[in-house]
Design a protein around this ligand. Structure first.
Ligand SMILES: CC(C)(COP(=O)(O)OP(=O)(O)OC[C@H]1O[C@@H](n2cnc3c(N)ncnc32)[C@H](O)[C@@H]1OP(=O)(O)O)[C@@H](O)C(=O)NCCC(=O)NCCS
Length: 176
């Protein structure tokens, strides 16, 4: 049975997501910048994302049994001419990692992208040391396209990013 669902974020989620955004692991593996985030910045981000002209879809990942927000999944840089978008995911609640929820959320987000937005391709960038994320992406059907060399600077050194993608014709949604 389905254990998680995707839902819209609301202003009530801001305190949770701002906390995740300040976690060290999230700063290192997920966030685009190293700066601390305060509630005002988070508020700006919500406003920007929710009212942006550049389409972005942000889902809250909620544990159905407890009605608990455990993460977010994102389709950003949605390009409706070339029918592609960039994917990102975060299980911010570290206690809830390793339980298969991100796999289910990735599949649901891809399903939304392919079936509702009419996308043909979803791609992502992942740091080469992020083994959990790479495994997750391989298990949900993403394929490696190439390496973006020395693409991020974190903790005093450069790291490569791996570019991965999945096409609509490759997507199998019946595994959840
Ligand atoms: C990456 C992340 C989303 C993975 O979430 P998770 O809850 O650990 O992943 P899941 O439990 O859903 O596991 C997904 C699949 O990957 C596998 N997997 C996950 N971590 C693994 C690991 N370290 N080694 C081997 N396999 C692993 C699981 O076995 C599972 O496959 P299965 O169901 O067929 O067994 C989570 O660790 C996270 O939020 N990290 C911080 C943010 C981040 O790195 N986001 C990605 C940025 S590109």
């Amino acid at each position: 049975m389905k254990k998680i669902e995707l839902r819209a974020l609301t202003s009530k989620d801001m305190e949770t997501t701002v906390r995740w955004n300040n976690q060290t692991d999230v700063k290192f593996l997920y966030a685009g910048h190293p700066f601390p985030v305060n509630i005002e910045m988070e508020y700006e981000w919500y406003n920007k994302v929710l009212r942006s002209n550049v389409p972005t879809t942000v889902f809250g990942i909620e544990l159905i049994s407890e009605k608990k927000l455990i993460g977010i999944s994102v389709l950003r840089n949605i390009n409706l001419i070339n029918r592609k978008a960039e994917f990102a995911i975060l299980i911010g609640d570290t206690e809830e990692r390793g339980k298969g929820y991100s796999k289910a959320a990735t599949i649901l987000t891809l399903k939304f992208g392919f079936d509702m937005l009419g996308l043909n391709k979803v791609y992502l960038f992942v740091q080469s040391s992020n083994n959990s994320a790479i495994k997750l992406y391989e298990k949900t059907g993403f394929k490696v396209e190439g390496i973006f060399r020395q693409s991020v600077f974190k903790n005093g050194k450069y790291e490569d990013e791996i570019i991965m993608s999945i096409l609509k014709e490759e997507f199998v949604s019946d595994s959840i």
